[in-house]
Design a binder for this molecule. Sequence first.
Ligand SMILES: NC(=O)c1ccc[n+]([C@@H]2O[C@H](COP(=O)([O-])OP(=O)(O)OC[C@H]3O[C@@H](n4cnc5c(N)ncnc54)[C@H](OP(=O)(O)O)[C@@H]3O)[C@@H](O)[C@H]2O)c1
Length: 287
Amino acid sequence: MPTPDPPLPDDWPALWQRLLHARAQAAAAPPPDGTLSAASAALLAVYQPLLQARQAIAGSAPHGHPGTWTVAQLGQSLDGCVATAAGDSYYVTGPQSLLHLHRLRALCDAVLVGAGTVAADDPQLTTRRVPGPNPVRVVLDPAARLDGRARLLRDAAAPTLWLCDARHAAAARERLQGGAAEVVAVPALLDAADPARGPDPARVLATLAARGLRLVFVEGGGVTVSRFLAAGALDRLHLVIAPVVIGDGRRGLQGAGPARMADCLRPPAQRLALGDDMLWDLDLRPR
Ligand SMILES: NC(=O)c1ccc[n+]([C@@H]2O[C@H](COP(=O)([O-])OP(=O)(O)OC[C@H]3O[C@@H](n4cnc5c(N)ncnc54)[C@H](OP(=O)(O)O)[C@@H]3O)[C@@H](O)[C@H]2O)c1
């Protein structure tokens, strides 16, 4: 259970305000200089790519998949689980990692989770632990399996989109009555011939981009992040590894991998200690 917010470097609150200002202006992050503490400089290095992406997007005409930028995050155990088998994920990682999660939300336009996460966690997906704007909340539920009673579909704490395949949107609207979210009907979100393949991440991102939501944070769970990764729809992946062993829990990254180690994904990475946890920040689109 996270304790109250952990101590931060003395110079971090002012630097975070500068990052929020850069976000609002779609400007570059302040460069690290000799006046920053080492701890704040290390945090800055993790958030700089998000601000650079916003700046690049603001200066480029969208064509196809470019024009959006996505970061995903999973808080996982040493044995690669994001929750127990019963679906309990409160909390895999520690308090500093929780602050990191809220900062990612604040720097992105939208935070997206799969329906399994909404069903298991009933999350709020706000930035209540850090100063900064709430992103638009997006629930990816192509077959409209949720019952419409989830907190984020009803509380109006931030704009919320319930993304369904067009064939299932009417059912979602019926269940949402009195709720505050918007049901978005996405044509061909599921492949009609093979719905078991799951939602098409490119269609998800195009739908969000059409609403001006270009920096997207995919917050879980494992199935959803894995689908985005397999589709080549992630620019960056933050894996936060906590010193805990879960056993037969819900998997984080999953799916078929190559037969040979030499063919496995081994992207450039930077590391940052978040209390007892270790953040691996993977750059999936190295220049
Ligand atoms: N530690 C972390 O960073 C983190 C982050 C987020 C979530 N979590 C945990 O991850 C788990 C959820 O992740 P996930 O990978 O299973 O799913 P997910 O990626 O959140 O959502 C997609 C999966 O949920 C299934 N699903 C759809 N509607 C559902 C419903 N009403 N009830 C149950 N499942 C439904 C989907 O099945 P179909 O494709 O068949 O429709 C699909 O397999 C939860 O236990 C949550 O606590 C952990």
